[in-house]
Design a binder for this molecule. Sequence first.
Ligand code: NAD
Ligand code: USQ
Length: 382
Amino acid sequence: MRVLVIGGDGYCGWATALHLANRGHEVGIMDSLVRRHWDMQLQSDTLTPIAPIQQRLTRWKDLTGQKIALYIGDICDYSFLTKSLLEFKPDAIVHFGEQRSAPFSMIDREHAVLTQNNNVIGNLNILYAIKDHFPDCHLVKLGTMGEYGTPNIDIEEGYITIEHNGRKDTLPYPKQPGSFYHLSKVHDTHNIHFACRVWGLRATDLNQGVVYGVLTEETGMDELLINRLDYDGVFGTALNRFCIQAAVGHPLTVYGSGGQTRAFLDIRDTVRCVEIAINNPADSGEFRVFNQFTEMFSVGDLAKKVQEAGSAIGLKVEVSHIENPRIEKEEHYFNAKNTKLIDLGLEPHYLSDSLLDSLLNFATKYKHRVDMNEILPKVKWK
Ligand code: NAD
Ligand code: USQ
């Protein structure tokens, strides 16, 4: 299949592009490289030294003989997007190409506007491009578990059946996101659902949990293929941050009481879930939602797990509870369904097996690159 990976220079996109190429798909990468630009603006950097995209792709071709096409540009630029799509002719588009940090979106009005412009307009452009030129193309869109928020009932996969005043219907699950970034994903979801209903497009929304780890079969093949691993207070995510903090001897930064519970998955499962979605496309007119995660943990539990795994390799790991910069519930019910991808064949990696090889070992190897000033959070929700 011809698969275009938008955001293919990023954390999830790079690993996915290589995985799909390795499984025999003809892959193209589209990316504006804006994430590298935001890192420079924030004066932060990935823990792992990532090569320029052109060098990464040359190395991949040398190693495997496979050429991955590269389209550098912004999907908010409709003429660039359509021109590139007409050249590549995708059967499926995997869309990772968004501003994905909740703290970034909460810095100030400009960053909130940038996030929603970039994400909502980019996604809307893709919908129009598919409708106008490739109506049969399957859109696999990365959504997020945070679209649902933390309701006091079980979280279903996209839809919920409700009985109200004696009548019954299956409706989109209610959304209560916790940042302007997470809200942008909800807006995307509504736009994609509408395009499927009205234009008959086919789409799968992968409501992904927090991703951890850096190693996949393909990115581990060569140092030049190494993936990014963010640890700073804006783009770094909970578990990745905790492991890097453990490696440099910084107390783990649990925000508030640490009872915040989220859904998590190993990056090796991210790439596999996308592959499963592509190989089992949605029907024409269908807007399918899969919850893409494998396990649920509170951030306090995660910190304990990192502490245990760290002490097994001789690290002395302290856990600190710092003032929560976010406005979020710290003690709450959280129980989400995730059976659809498992039913389609996902065999999860579990955190207890992955913490060392996919994370702590990398954190220790590259700890000399850590800027200690970037560890504490700087962005507050109010
Ligand atoms: P990332 O920042 O590492 O990668 C995103 C890539 O998209 C970057 O290379 C960036 O340059 C590119 N991009 C952004 N806007 C673009 C535009 N307008 N045009 C072209 N390219 C653009 O992010 P990631 O962690 O790989 O996340 C990828 C997707 O997965 C995002 O949509 C995110 O919301 C979703 N997601 C990520 C996680 C996670 O834990 N990392 C969890 C759930 C969902
Ligand atoms: N947290 C800490 N300490 C830290 C960092 C985070 O306690 O040092 C807490 C946060 O307060 C929050 C939880 O950990 O309660 C998750 O925060 P995060 O930064 O790991 O994840 P989040 O902001 O939700 O965003 C990340 C990705 C985003 C993706 C989302 C999936 O950046 O792109 O959409 O995970 S989900 O959370 O399921 O919506």
